[in-house]
Design a binder for this molecule. Structure first.
Ligand code: AMP
Ligand code: ZN
Length: 472
């Protein structure tokens, strides 16, 4: 089977075949959180898309080196730490800790490095120095250093900005701005009173880095001057990624990134979920409502990353249900009755689904097609089991393929040990009930069933003296 991975490259606006610079190794940079609040599930849509990409690269045999930065100094972190009357470090530490907890809850594959911006100021200063030496940057009257987009004719190639009719020499100090206010952007922001005690010394006086230079400097440090993949939410494309390209390519004289991947937004009632709009839910909000991390993961994963996804509670409830049904199916496969008359078509069927799954993921991470493989295999296997055409070992083979698929989803919980832990007392009563049934002591068996019920559980009998305990 030819296993090829195709990805939509924002730079080419096409689905391109992925080829890494170093054979067998994929180097990838993901713009991480700005740690001034708890990340919301819109942010997590981006991190889950990046996790999917990371897992897909692994699935296709690459060693993945992923770097995700932590933006712990920028306009917003400074503003909110001052409002909270806390030193910047102390203020951001709380949200960094929460972020890592959330990543765990959502089963997001850890990156190799999470560099915080504040620990890489010398690298940023050195990059700005190179840009100054090469004439791509200048110091303005306000003492801040700006990147001169006129000096970099390719500026605008990612966002496809029409450079004609643009007035040159306009400057912008904000980290975020819209396409129609394209301008020279700040690399180093000279200190002003609003920054309080947040500043570093530099050859240009005290100040702090702009947001864009943070990513260029850290990506270069951990991944080299040219690397394979750079990702983020679509709102990062302009100006953030455009500015990163300008800084890095101007300084290094070589291509920055080969593949740019962006995910579409998570929406709420037709609007982008965002902190500023106030229409957001944090992961914690949803866990408090009783939803599980894996159902939230499932919702965020199961829509193609380049399609907008409208968030609803109904979708999470449905995901809980889908996952529960998968759980029941896996149990059925584990507990197939002994039989020696298995279907002789199963191996062929599994090979076909295995291949279809590769094709789906290889086709720009087409999760809808990948999910169709899961549901079809589940249906076919159930049909075979209904007809008594599956042996125990065939059930095992089916489970093994689902385990392989779950390297991508990490939400299916194929194995029994994931099932809810049952109190020891209930487990002991259930075991006693098995013995009573062996002894054909039906009255005792019924009494034990009632006692188990009184503790909030029910027993479901399966063939061969097996059983399952479920909460009522
Ligand atoms: P921020 O912390 O604002 O820098 O954002 C972190 C990541 O979340 C970036 O990659 C953003 O593009 C992404 N992001 C923010 N809001 C959304 C949303 N509603 N849907 C998807 N991604 C988002
Ligand atoms: Zn970035």
């Amino acid at each position: 089977m030819d296993k090829e991975l195709f990805l939509y490259n924002t730079m080419s606006r096409k689905v391109d075949k992925f080829t890494s610079l170093n054979p067998g190794e994929a180097r990838m940079y993901t713009c991480g959180p700005t740690v001034y609040n708890f990340a919301h599930i819109g942010n997590f849509r981006a991190y889950i898309f990046e996790d999917l990409l990371h897992r897909a690269l692994k699935y296709f045999g690459y060693n993945v080196r992923q770097v995700m930065n932590l933006t712990d100094v920028d306009d917003k972190t400074i503003r909110d730490s001052q409002a909270a009357k806390l030193p910047l470090k102390e203020f951001t530490a709380k949200y960094i800790k929460a972020f890592f907890e959330d990543l765990k809850t959502l089963h997001i594959t850890p990156a190799a490095v999470y560099p915080p911006a504040t620990e890489h100021i010398p690298e940023m200063i050195s990059l700005i120095k190179t840009l100054m030496d090469k004439g791509f940057a200048y110091q303005a009257e306000d003492k801040s250093i700006y990147f001169s987009i006129d000096r970099f004719p390719e500026y605008g190639k990612l966002a496809r900005i029409d450079r004609e009719n643009q007035i040159s020499g306009v400057r912008i100090r904000n980290d975020e701005y819209a396409k129609d206010s394209v301008a020279d952007f700040a690399l180093w922001k000279a200190w002003d009173e609003a920054d309080g005690d947040v500043y570093w010394d530099s050859p240009w006086g005290k100040g702090r880095p702009g947001w864009h230079i943070e990513c260029s400097a850290m990506a270069m440090k951990y991944l080299g001057k040219t690397f394979d993949i750079h990702t983020g939410g679509i709102d990062n494309m302009f100006p953030h990624h455009e500015d990163e390209i300008a800084q890095s390519e101007a300084a290094n004289g070589c291509r920055y990134v080969n593949y740019w991947l962006h995910c579409a937004h998570l929406m709420v009632n037709g609007d982008k979920m965002s902190k500023s709009a106030g229409n957001f839910y944090t992961l914690r909000d949803l866990l408090n409502k009783g939803f599980s991390g894996r159902a939230i993961r499932w919702v965020l994963l199961s829509c193609h990353y380049r399609k907008k996804l409208n968030f609803t509670f109904d979708a999470v409830a449905q995901a809980e249900d889908t996952l529960k049904r998968f759980g029941e199916f896996f149990r059925r496969m584990r507990e197939l009755p002994e039989s020696d008359s298995g279907s002789d078509k199963l191996d062929e069927l599994l090979a076909q689904y295995d291949e279809e799954f590769y094709k789906a993921i290889g086709d720009d991470l087409n999760v809808s097609a990948a999910l169709a493989v899961l549901f079809n295999l589940q249906r076919e296997a159930n049909k075979l089991a209904d007809n008594g055409e599956l042996t125990r070992s065939q059930g095992e083979k089916i489970l093994a393929l689902f385990r392989k698929f779950d390297q991508i989803f990490d939400a299916l919980e194929v194995d029994a040990e994931h099932e809810d832990a049952v109190p020891a007392e209930v487990a002991a009563l259930a075991e006693a009930r098995v013995q009573a049934r062996k002894d054909k002591n039906w009255a005792e068996s019924d009494r034990l069933r009632d006692e188990i019920k009184s503790l909030g559980y029910m027993v479901e009998d399966a063939p061969g003296g097996k059983y399952r305990i479920k909460p009522l």
